[in-house]
Design a protein around this ligand. Structure first.
Ligand code: GAL
Length: 667
């Protein structure tokens, strides 16, 4: 199913449990929610100590009341499971539920997200409270979706986790220490293991120089969070099979490979807190667009939920500036344009006490509707009510950027070349940007995804090739695809073992028709120059010294010494397709022009059939076109024909002025 409601969900984290002693606020909340056109509330995320004040003693009357009240106002409840934070009694009685840090010290009770994902006690307790919640609220008219835990993250180094890690390794390496020793290259520094118990998690004061161990540990940590999550959802699936399940993810957080979660959630959801400014927001907008497309692509384009965003400011940046009205509204519209079927906030109402009392909320401490932020939220609510046509709509993309968590890990872990600045995320985002500025929709996919539906795939800095990836690239190009690779591509396998026989390895040397003999790193401010299509560009940071072995040279380095004669940009016809290699880290202008040429050649169709001024981005969902002005100033767009403005209902065409942070939603 692609949609769960006919309207865009407009809501957010709602914590009536914090107001249990001043319950008159609950009725006021409902009055205000109606005013702000809020149709949903996410309830109970951190409510465990009220739900189960003593072990085995459950307290649901307050939640019954909240659910009933919300239902009577037609609100959809995104009901949370409370495992993100636990009651103090639990830690006191079962210390094993608490996390152990690298040093081996067990954390004391406190904060949140501080649990061991392996602990059988914690798994049992979470499954039990979840079962109770599902039993109690199955069939409740307000129950709309499950919000499982909150932002799974972090790692635990306790003995239970170490044991589970070893068991996981045994499975991964076919119960063979010989295989593990070989794949981890343990002859190096005398690291050959003779007993599985000699292996433990990477630690600051222990082993932290074996990339294969670090990769294995991240895979294991992902697996542990995932199996914890699957244990959490078991009772929900059993008792409420028709209620969709999600868990909220955090941007491009590297502790977990989020792609592994995708098959197990019904809806992908994420929490978005970019560094918006009161000026030019083209950079944060481009970065955020990329992240939206990562999450949109996670389930093959199925709409995702924007589970959290702030309606005003946050409290956790070094300086938390107020933003002009319009900035957050535009950010919300951007999410919808990129595939979100919800705009949800952290948080509905500011708490009176605690760590987050100064974090932005729809309702401020003054407690009424007479605030700028409340008016902004209400206005946006009105806009979202007019967007039913986009709910459930997918975006068709004919180009893709490969952004791969495993590769992100591997590029973080290896030692050598440019140790100071690897910037995997930034590099992928700069290739993405070339498409964004032209208004070409792109998917952002992991390397193990099927490439065949795309005319063009760019996989910058694909250093690690997981099992089968090289073969799929080969097949893809052979069958007519166009694949772009850059410097340091195809260097290692899944265990960070270098390929033998020249880079790019695993057979890709033949596909790209090049051999990267050496790789050079350049300091800040240093660069080589490369001419391409009549222009000169800077080649920065990392540059392969390349030999063409059949590939056509599109450009060579204009640098003497060992670069002399080294190709910088090549293309190789392979089967029915073409494999491109850019041997260096380019400045943005090169990427824009290079991709621009391919976009034109392939006839990739932009979402907006009119030119987009700088800082103005466009995205289509279904038949609705969003045009968004992040430039920080006024911009005029030359619309190609008459459109209906979905918000005002009026028609518009020709040169249309977009004010600062303005947008058009066109049908
Ligand atoms: C999120 C978290 C919320 C709240 C918010 C503040 O990461 O899930 O509970 O803390 O940040 O911005």
């Amino acid at each position: 199913m692609d949609k769960y409601y006919d309207h865009i969900i407009h809501g957010g984290d709602y914590n009536p449990d914090q107001w249990i002693d001043t319950k008159e606020v609950w009725d006021e909340d409902l009055r205000l929610m109606d005013l702000a056109k809020i149709n949903s509330a996410t309830v109970g995320i951190f409510a465990w100590s009220l739900l189960e004040p003593e072990e085995g003693v459950f307290n649901f009357p307050w939640l019954n009341e909240v659910m009933d009240k919300l239902a009577s106002h037609g609100k959809k409840v995104v009901l949370a499971t409370p495992s993100g934070a636990r009651p103090p009694w639990m830690a006191q009685k079962y210390p094993e539920v608490l996390r152990v840090e690298e040093s081996g010290a067990r954390n004391e009770y406190g904060v949140r997200h501080n649990h061991c994902p392996t602990s059988p006690v914690y798994r049992e307790k979470t499954a039990r409270i979840n079962r109770r919640l599902a039993e109690r609220y199955k069939g409740h008219p307000a129950l709309f979706m499950w919000h499982v835990s909150n932002e799974y993250s972090g790692e635990c180094h306790c003995e239970l986790c170490q044991k589970a890690f070893r068991a996981w390794l045994k499975k991964e390496y076919h119960n063979s220490l010989d295989e593990l020793n070989f794949k981890w290259w343990n002859g190096f520094w005398s690291h050959r293991f003779t007993d599985w118990d000699e292996i433990s998690s990477p630690k600051y004061r222990g082993e932290n120089h074996v990339p294969a161990l670090k990769l294995a540990w991240r895979r294991f940590v992902t697996e542990q969070h995932l199996s914890f999550y699957r244990n959490e959802i078991e009772p929900l699936r059993e008792l409420t099979p028709d209620v969709p399940v999600t868990t909220n993810m955090m941007r491009l957080y590297k502790g977990i490979n989020y792609h592994k979660f995708a098959p197990y959630v019904d809806v992908v959801s994420w929490d978005n807190y970019p560094d918006w400014t009161n000026g030019d927001n083209a950079d944060p907008a481009a970065e955020t667009a990329f992240v939206h497309d990562v999450f949109r692509s996670m389930k093959d384009g199925k709409p995702f939920y924007l589970m959290e965003s702030t309606p005003s400011i946050v409290n956790h940046k070094p300086v938390n500036r107020l933003l002009k009205s319009g900035v957050q509204e535009l950010a919300a519209i951007q999410a919808v344009a990129h595939g979100a079927d919800s705009v949800q906030y952290f948080q509905w109402r500011k708490s009176r006490g605690g760590h987050e009392k100064f974090h932005g909320a729809a309702v401020d401490h003054v407690g009424n509707e007479n605030t700028r932020v409340f008016r902004d939220v209400s206005r946006l609510g009105g806009v979202l009510e007019r967007l039913d046509a986009v709910v459930g709509a997918r975006t068709e993309a004919h180009a893709a950027i490969v952004y791969d968590w495993e590769n992100a890990w591997a590029t973080e872990f290896f030692c050598g070349y440019h140790n100071a600045r690897r910037d995997y995320d930034k590099i992928c985002q700069s290739w993405y940007r070339a498409f964004l500025r032209r208004g070409i929709p792109v998917d952002v996919i992991p390397a193990d995804r099927d490439f065949s539906k795309y005319g063009l795939v760019a996989a910058p800095f694909l250093y690690l090739l997981g099992d089968g990836v090289a073969d799929r690239i080969k097949e893809y190009v052979k069958n007519g695809g166009r694949f772009i690779a850059t410097y340091l591509t195809g260097i290692v396998d899944r265990d960070d073992l270098c390929f033998r026989g020249g880079f790019p390895g695993a057979g890709l040397r033949e596909v790209f028709g090049v051999w990267a003999e050496e790789t050079d790193s350049l300091g800040e401010g240093e660069y080589n120059t490369v001419s391409f299509g009549g222009k000169t560009y800077r080649a920065e940071n990392t540059c392969d010294v390349l030999h063409a072995e059949g590939a056509r040279i599109l450009s060579a380095y204009e640098t003497a010494s060992f670069y002399a004669g080294s190709p910088a940009v090549t293309v190789n016809g392979y089967g029915k397709g073409y494999a491109y290699y850019a041997a260096f880290r380019p400045e943005q202008a090169f990427i824009d022009d290079f991709c621009g040429g391919l976009i034109d050649e392939l006839g990739l169709v932009p979402d907006a059939p009119f030119p987009l001024p700088d800082g103005v981005f466009a995205r289509k969902r279904g038949d609705v076109l969003f045009v968004m002005n992040f430039s920080g100033g006024e911009r005029t767009v030359a619309l190609d024909r008459e459109y209906r403005d979905v918000v005002s209902g009026e028609s518009c065409g020709g040169g249309t002025v977009l004010p600062e942070n303005g947008y058009l939603i066109l049908a």
